[in-house]
Design a protein around this ligand. Sequence first.
Ligand code: ATP
Ligand code: MG
Length: 487
Amino acid sequence: MKEYWSSLASLLGVLAFCQSLLHTIFPPELRFAALKLFHKLSHCFSSYVYFDITEIDGVNTNELYNAVQLYLSSSVSISGNRLSLTRAVNSSAITFGLANNDCILDFFDGVTVQWEHIVTQRQAQGYLWRPLPEEKRGFTLRIKKKDKPLILDSYLDYIMGRADEIRRKNQERLLYTNSRGGSLDSRGNPWESVPFKHPSTFDTLAMDPLKKQQIMEDLRDFANSQSFYQQTGRAWKRGYLLYGPPGTGKSSMIAAMANFLGYDVYDLELTEVHTNSELRKLLMKTTSKSILVIEDIDCSISFTDRKKKNSGTRNHYDFPDIRCGGRYSSLSGDDGRGGGGGSITLSGLLNFTDGLWSCCGSERIFVFTTNHIEKLDPALLRSGRMDMHIFMNFCSYPALKILLKNYLNYEENEIDDTLLQEIKEVIDKAKMTPADVSEFLIKNRRYKNRAVAELLETLKSRAEKNEKNGGLRKKEMGLEEEEEEEE
Ligand SMILES: Nc1ncnc2c1ncn2[C@@H]1O[C@H](COP(=O)(O)OP(=O)(O)OP(=O)(O)O)[C@@H](O)[C@H]1O
Ligand SMILES: [Mg+2]
């Protein structure tokens, strides 16, 4: 112990000697430069390199600082002892942060980096048109010199991407509509928005699990394929057509998609749009990472198969085959490419989904729904416009199992096997929509066993009715055929 104290005293003595030497050799004006040189020399021999990312760069906010702060707030990378907690305005989540002057380690592609959050008091400011915060904040990134290329090329880009993702997830999503008949708000925006809080998710959606899995994979693939779309020269967008009888979950699917990807939803009311240019303006005012929905497209616009309709040499894109809100529009000289005419045309809509304007913004999903796919023009359905056609069917046995779990909290093995077997046999013939089944289960949810037994009875009677109707229809068709033959 004695030796320890004596070596410490001699070390302090050497330090004091060096300091006095520095003071005698270097005059005060040279002292600062000497210290700087000393730092530079020590950096030359150090194996580390440091990057400072300040919160404010001049007078502008440094986006990279915000991104690093958000990135370090993601729980996976957090491993410090002291963390700050924040909940931003309009945010639906609490985020962690690195406390002042604390360090944290992060790992990227086999490389370890160290982040330090440095906070100091800012010196008194003179008059500034935009006062700066009292504290000077910044991150210092310490990396090994040999890792510099990797960090500068990929790590910082990765942080920006992750921060974007976190920001989107934390922020409340919005549901937009254009239901004001083309009028703009005070900021010239044609869309109105409300917070989007639909509870439907892929877990609660009753449909064939395999099909559900396929759709989820397709969506995930789409969201992660920025470089693929860039490489192949395709606009980063994807179209889904949801079709099937009413009450089979088309709207619920859209909500599930939005919740799955964390996108905003633009619900486009086509009957409120009067011209192609209005349609284009609406598109221009949408943001990236959004789902643009046109529900019941066959009802809002009467598209017929252009091939059937047009037999002459005239370009069938020019035909006014559109009906908006129950009234037919006239051609009014619109060239169909979004000119200033007085109606939306089929080509206007095709351009909307597929033309040059459709690429303003990126990572966009178009979803059209219809109860009558046969009424739609094939041009609207082709790949590139509607890449995936999803048939939403009547309630199947696997779908019913999901509904039983959602509404009655039933696990499969809790239900009597013979009952399940009977349901399985009859459910496809009953042609009940998930909406009908849900309604039934809501009403009877307090008495689980009775609910399932009664559901079976309802399914049976529906199946019987359908069989009878089917038989009758077949008979009628047979008679009609006979009559035709006689004629
Ligand atoms: N596949 C489903 N899974 C879970 N719930 C469903 C499903 N289909 C329908 N429902 C329930 O029925 C209600 C109506 O469904 P939804 O509005 O999604 O049907 P839709 O196919 O959009 O009908 P429409 O063609 O009339 O617009 C929903 O609120 C939901 O509770
Ligand atoms: Mg719907």
